[in-house]
Design a protein around this ligand. Structure first.
Ligand code: 16G
Ligand code: MG
Length: 542
């Protein structure tokens, strides 16, 4: 390894002096203008990680639901998972190093992680549709090649597709073929197999409207459409031909504003969904006959999926342990429904997919979803093998259940939450159960809730515990929140520093929208007072 060459090349991707960025919840993310050096350096780091793990590593250039002028990058570990925490630290160190310190920092990482410089390295790269993404992904490639790594550039991909590619390449194609055709074929075959079993679908002409956030999801759905065209008609909106990425549309907009995206023609009771900018989140919704908007978020998606899986397991007569993983943002009604009605164990983890994914791996079947619509279902390898064997051996109703489960295993992206794969699973379940979107929505009634942001001088003054549901610092904050919550019925509130923005997030729910709004506002005020609020004091919006 030629560190001198690295330094020379690095000078072409010079870091603005003093700029320090952190590898956050989902990698680096900021205005695209500040990211060139980060990309080059993440190319370097991916090579080191690849050498250390002797596996293919992924680098995805995207800023997901952020505005079009932002960008970001994250590394994907060998099994399609998020980067290991110790390497997140290396990423932050490397990204913050001044030019002259680069060789020292690189050497330190290699020593600490016992990286064999002679080992070969292979990196796969993907990018979203942002105007800045192509050039930035070239900088990643520059970093990879200067350290002697080999690479394959997939070009435009959704984030979950790159996770899929990485997983395929490291599992000797057992999981699937590491090509776009391989991805489309695997998912569409499973979808067609699964929906074949739908004998009495109430809704003969299955169709769904998809808001693609003007992002990569549109391109990839178009590419895939003809594979499953007979079972489902997909109508695309915000497909990137006109509007700006994530602007007034997309899953994040719909979830946080609780209203339909612009650019979508919604007729009453039509089933609609939104992807986010890199197609790893999905939320559903519809407008009823009175024009009221109904959001079906990640919690209701998890409920639909886990109850269907439970039914199939019951039919099959297999008692596998199934768990649902949520975060503090899960609506209280969903948790209550899952635990009390469905009798499924529910676990709460910190926000961020890696935490949910990790917890889900502890179960035979782990269904994880964030309320914002990011999630999937994970099946342990032993369960997959067993179910696929039963699908071949059994006949009658049991055989049918086993075959459906086997198709569901193939249909879920086991490497990451995937809007396309989740949509196909949901569409298949609705068809199989003959459920309309209204019936699905009516499983339980969401508690009214409100999310707010508070600006503080340093959000790190807030530390949390109990999966972010309790604040341990600053002193007095949790007690103040507890006192406020007591004033309302069915109420709950928590605060946490954002992992992606320089703000503190406030969440409140209660028995009425008015109470939820009031509680969120009151909690914002105590955060402002006790955690060093800056700028204008929070104002009531009700
Ligand atoms: C990132 C996370 C998402 C999380 C969100 C929270 C991944 C792939 N994405 O988008 O899971 O919900 O951050 O953002 O991990 P916040 O910390 O700003 O609330
Ligand atoms: Mg995303």
């Amino acid at each position: 390894m030629d560190l001198e060459a690295v330094c020379k090349r690095s000078a072409c991707h010079a870091k603005p002096q003093g700029l320090v960025l952190q590898y956050g919840t989902a990698g680096f993310r900021t205005n695209a203008q500040h990211l060139d050096h980060i990309m080059f350096r993440m190319g370097l780091l991916a090579v080191l990680r690849s050498k250390q793990t002797r596996s293919t590593i992924g680098v995805m250039v995207t800023a997901s639901h952020n505005p079009e002028e932002d960008n970001g990058v994250k590394l994907i570990d060998p099994l399609g998972e998020m980067l290991a925490p110790s390497w997140e630290e290396h990423a932050t160190c490397l990204a913050s190093a001044e030019e002259q310190d680069m060789p020292r920092v690189l050497t330190a990482i290699m020593e600490k992680e016992a990286v064999d410089p002679q080992q070969a390295a292979f990196v796969v790269i993907g990018r979203d549709t942002r105007p800045s993404s192509e050039k930035l992904s070239q900088s990643v490639i520059d970093g990879v090649t200067v350290l002697g790594g080999q690479f394959h550039d997939y070009g435009l991909l959704t984030t979950p597709q790159l996770h899929y590619m990485v997983y395929c390449r490291n599992s000797g194609d057992r999981y699937g073929k590491a090509t776009i055709e391989g991805y489309c074929q695997k998912l569409s075959k499973a979808f067609v197999e699964l929906t074949k079993q739908a004998s009495c679908s109430g809704d003969e002409n299955r169709s769904v409207k998809v808001d693609c956030a003007n992002g990569i999801g549109a391109l990839k759905l178009k590419e895939m459409e003809h594979y499953f065209s007979q079972g489902l008609s997909v109508q695309l909106f915000n497909d990137g031909t006109e509007g700006r990425l994530n602007h007034l549309c997309g899953a994040d907009f719909v979830k946080s504003h609780q209203k339909p995206p612009q650019g979508m023609e919604m007729k009453s009771n039509e089933r609609c969904c939104s992807f986010d900018g890199d197609a790893d989140r999905i939320v559903y919704y519809y407008c009823d006959a009175n024009g009221h908007f109904h959001l079906i978020d990640g919690d209701k998606i998890a409920t639909l999926i886990s109850s269907f899986l439970k039914e199939l397991l019951l039919e099959l007569g297999e008692s596998l342990n199934i768990g649902v993983i949520q975060t503090a943002y899960a609506n209280g009604s969903s948790t209550r429904y899952l635990e009390e009605v469905m009798k499924v164990p529910v676990h709460c983890t910190k926000t961020g997919v890696k935490h949910l994914h990790h917890k889900a791996q502890e179960f035979d079947i782990g269904v994880y979803f964030e309320a914002n619509g990011h999630g999937t279902a994970l099946f342990s390898e032993a369960v997959e093998v067993k179910i696929k064997r039963l699908a071949q051996e059994l006949e009658d109703e049991k055989g049918k259940a086993a075959k459906m489960l086997a198709s569901i295993i193939d249909l879920f992206n086991q490497a990451a939450g995937d809007a396309i794969s989740d949509m196909l699973v949901i569409e298949a379940i609705l068809a199989l159960k003959g459920l309309t979107v209204q019936q699905w929505d009516a499983i339980y009634v969401d508690l009214p809730n409100r999310q707010l942001k508070v600006k503080v001088a340093d959000r790190r003054v807030i530390n949390t515990t109990d999966a972010e549901r309790q604040a341990v610092t600053p002193p007095g904050l949790q007690e103040a929140i507890n006192d406020l919550v007591k004033k309302y019925k069915l109420a709950r509130a928590f605060v946490r520093p954002s992992g992606t923005e320089d703000i503190v997030r406030v969440y409140a729910e209660a028995d009425s929208q008015e109470s939820a709004d009031r509680l969120a506002y009151e909690v914002s005020l105590v955060v402002f007072q006790l955690a060093g609020g800056i700028g204008e004091r929070p104002q009531p919006s009700f």
